[in-house]
Design a protein around this ligand. Structure first.
Ligand code: PA5
Length: 440
């Protein structure tokens, strides 16, 4: 991974000014003494964890692959996006069976009756396994979805259903743990000191990823490489810290919206995961960069106008791969009626690269700073590395903003209102107040 900032207008001396600050926050992260330090378990989870857990995950994944053609993964936010991001990035976009694993479908990430009804209709005649994931064990969206999916499993498999449901949750407490114990489900533990959005490399992400046929040993090699590389205290030798500092400098220059740009459709859910990671970590105390995303060149035909010419509050972080899983030559057509024969010496990926280079220069001249994340290859090891890179950047970035990057107090507000309006016990006063507002 190389973070290039030649197209941001920032020079090295601006970066170097952050050297001492970065080294102070680096020590706080490594020694777990800074804000939210009780949630820093993710930094070294994969180097410290008892490796037999990976064997347990791979064994169950193999069992799922041989006994099922659909794995329903139930979860939301940090208990959903990491698995989806990695699976979509590393499996075939169209082939029904991802990398010789099982096809993974997601539920409990919304409250749409239409979505769930259509999903259950679609899978009802397939052989199914379920992985229900919730750290708190009480989140409404996955809990509702699980109630219905549990019913489907029991109707379909009777007593056997309990062997096809795996719960990933807190090791000590919570409604999902109680239910799992009562029903006899197999369980995986979400460590206490790892918050949802930092949990992709725990069983939360690893079980669905492994079941989808992705080699988790390889993924974790990338995590280990990133753990070593981004533990360097030296700002100018640590690409994750560099990226954090560049973002911070741009924010101070009034660029408070970041667009994570991809040129590969497989990366769309990585961008969704990125938005949760940075949005939930930095957006507090009226601070933070608003994280957004775009898929180019698709979105150049929709959002391109705004990016080039709209309000100048934006910067872009562009992900560029040197090597991609597939490519195609552009064929010659003797008639050349579409006028494309000038491209026949090129492959699709080369055309895409020219789109990237042209767009970068156009946006830069439109006063949109561009950071480029150069990655060797879109493959398992580099995806592991990339996600860890983002987590380390995010932790440093939050500290530079002087916020706690590991809590999410703001998420509670909507839940309180929703519970009150739904008539949950204990919310009677708030219910009256909200209903009065609605009927005003
Ligand atoms: O990052 C987070 O903490 C959140 O996105 C949670 O993961 C999300 O709200 C789901 O919570 P839980 O796993 O407790 O169901």
């Amino acid at each position: 991974m190389r973070v290039s900032y030649e197209h941001t207008g920032i020079n090295e001396s601006e970066l170097v000014e952050y050297k001492n600050k970065v080294s102070k926050y680096h020590i706080q992260l490594e020694n777990r003494t800074g804000k939210g330090s009780e949630f820093l378990g993710w930094i070294s989870y994969n180097s410290e964890v008892d490796k037999s857990i990976y064997k347990g995950i791979k064994d169950i994944a193999a069992e799922i692959t041989s006994n099922a053609d659909a794995l329903l993964v139930i979860g939301i936010g940090g208990s959903y996006l990491g698995a989806r991001a990695v699976i979509e990035a590393l499996t075939d976009s169209f082939n029904d069976v991802g990398n010789s694993g099982v096809r993974v479908y997601f539920a409990g990430q919304n409250l749409s009756g239409t979505y769930l009804k259509e999903l259950l209709e679609f899978v009802k005649n397939k052989e199914i396994y379920v992985n229900v994931i919730s750290k708190s064990g009480t989140t409404t969206e996955p809990a509702i979805a699980f109630r219905m999916i549990k019913q489907l499993m029991e109707d379909k498999y009777g007593d056997e259903a309990k062997n096809r449901i795996i719960a990933t949750t807190d090791g000590e407490k919570g409604a999902l743990l109680d239910l799992a114990k009562k029903e006899g489900y197999r369980t995986f533990v979400i460590p206490d000191d790892i918050g949802g959005r930092y949990s992709v490399f725990t069983p939360v992400g690893l079980l669905p990823i492994s079941a989808a046929g992705i080699d988790i040993d390889e993924l974790l090699l990338g995590v280990e490489a990133a753990h070593n590389e981004y533990s360097n205290a030296e700002l100018m030798e640590n690409e994750a810290y560099k990226y954090a500092v560049i973002r911070n400098i741009l924010l101070k220059k009034g660029k408070d919206i970041e667009i994570l740009v991809n040129y590969e459709p497989k990366m769309v859910y990585i961008a969704e995961w990125f938005k949760q990671l940075f949005g939930e970590s930095e957006g507090k105390n009226y601070k933070g960069i608003y994280p957004s995303s775009a898929l180019f060149s698709t979105d150049l035909h929709s959002m391109g106008q705004y990016i080039q010419d709209g309000q100048r509050k934006l910067f872009e972080t562009v992900i560029q791969f040197d090597k991609l899983p597939q490519d195609m030559n552009i064929p010659t057509d003797p008639a050349d009626l579409d006028g494309l024969n000038y491209l026949t010496e090129m492959t699709m990926n080369e055309v895409n690269k020219k789109a990237f280079q042209g767009t970068l220069l156009a946006h830069e001249s439109g006063n949109v700073p561009n950071i480029v994340l150069n990655i060797d290859s879109l493959d398992t090891i580099h995806i592991g590395k990339l996600l860890y890179f983002f987590m380390k950047t995010c932790a440093m970035s939050g500290y530079l903003l002087e916020v706690n990057p590991f809590d999410q107090p703001g998420v509670e507000s909507y839940k309180k209102n929703m519970f009150a309006l739904l008539g949950k016990k204990g919310y009677e006063e708030l219910k009256k107040e909200l209903e009065n507002k609605i009927n005003e």
